[in-house]
Design a protein around this ligand. Sequence first.
Ligand code: NAP
Ligand code: HSE
Length: 376
Amino acid sequence: MVCTAGIALLGCGTVGASVAERLLHERDAIERRCGVRYELRAIAVRDASKPRPGSIDPRLFTNDARALVNDPHVDLVIECIGGTTQAADLIENALERGRSVVTANKDLLATQGPRLQSLAAARGARLRYEAAACGAIPVVRMLDDALAGDRIDALAGVVNGTCNAILSAMENGAEFAEALADAQAQGYAEADPSNDVEGIDAAHKLAVLMQLAFGLAVISPRVRHSGIAAVTKRDVARAQMLGYRIRLVAAAARTPAGAFAGVAPVLVPQDHPFAAISGPENIVRVVARDAGPLIMRGRGAGGPATASAVLGDVVSSLRALGERHDIARTARALEPALDVAPIFADLPRHPELPRYTLWDNTFLDAPVSHVNRALS
Ligand code: NAP
Ligand code: HSE
């Protein structure tokens, strides 16, 4: 019998709520991209009576995450609860039953990832976790897929959005406590923010990235880390006077002598790409033997940015399910092309070199307002 793919969402906090809203309200577009029809069966939360975003049907909520994972109509489980106890149980249970799992949980992958991956492989299931490292930046895919034919020798970056938001705010005069409270209010911080400010979250992400980059079963307790809890406004200002910015950098390398890794607040020259990121942004620089150095930068935390990575994994999972099972299809087709207007015509030219357009990112960052301005 042909059926829709059943999705169970676990957690409806900062990340889960953004995922739910997209799954519910952009269903046609998402189904077109995966080629299969899906149904969000229910959303498990700790307290189903708590007020939720009005855009999510209250009838979807349940307190019984285990029953939801065991629902025979569920093919894909999305875990956005966090932590290493209930989340581990639920993921394990889903994998045991051969369900695909998508998770944003770096704490779990950094401590139990190798075991969970073996379980997934033994049950013919897939465990996807793009959102577990660097928010919206597709670094997991880059390492696991695009660079899988190369050899990664080293990687480094700023991988915690909360710490970066705090350090950038302190550069603009904020106090540490006030900057942390703001990062929490924006949904960047972990449930226990000491994970962020003590460098634990960055160590988790570094372990996950090392698993992918070097093929080593590294777990985060093996990664030496320190955080930014002791960084003062005076340190930040003094670093700036000396031509640096303080950034919480995570770095790792694999050499013939062994693997090296660490997380620490370091002085980064002001013209270095790691110094250029601000707010909750992350940046990762990977050095591959043949590809050479590659850099990716983008939003590292927050509901919508993280949901973007989760939903990419959801689309991949649904596509794979569609190939293996008899699930209702929808056409994976391109939309008819619109007229394509010239992009450079409306951008300003340099007065001294009028043949050349002056590039800036205005068009890319806000195409709608750019076009409206050009038309007015
Ligand atoms: P959050 O806002 O604290 O939300 C957690 C959700 O899980 C809440 O809806 C909570 O229910 C639910 N929950 C907790 N225990 C549960 C249980 N036993 N059974 C069912 N539901 C339970 O957390 P978050 O910021 O969305 O983070 C979720 C995960 O994503 C974590 O692994 C985090 O590390 C990861 N992550 C977060 C970000 C970010 O920017 N926030 C970015 C990347 C990855 P109630 O609502 O009823 O309390
Ligand atoms: N607390 C994490 C951070 C969330 O600030 O980077 C994204 O993983």
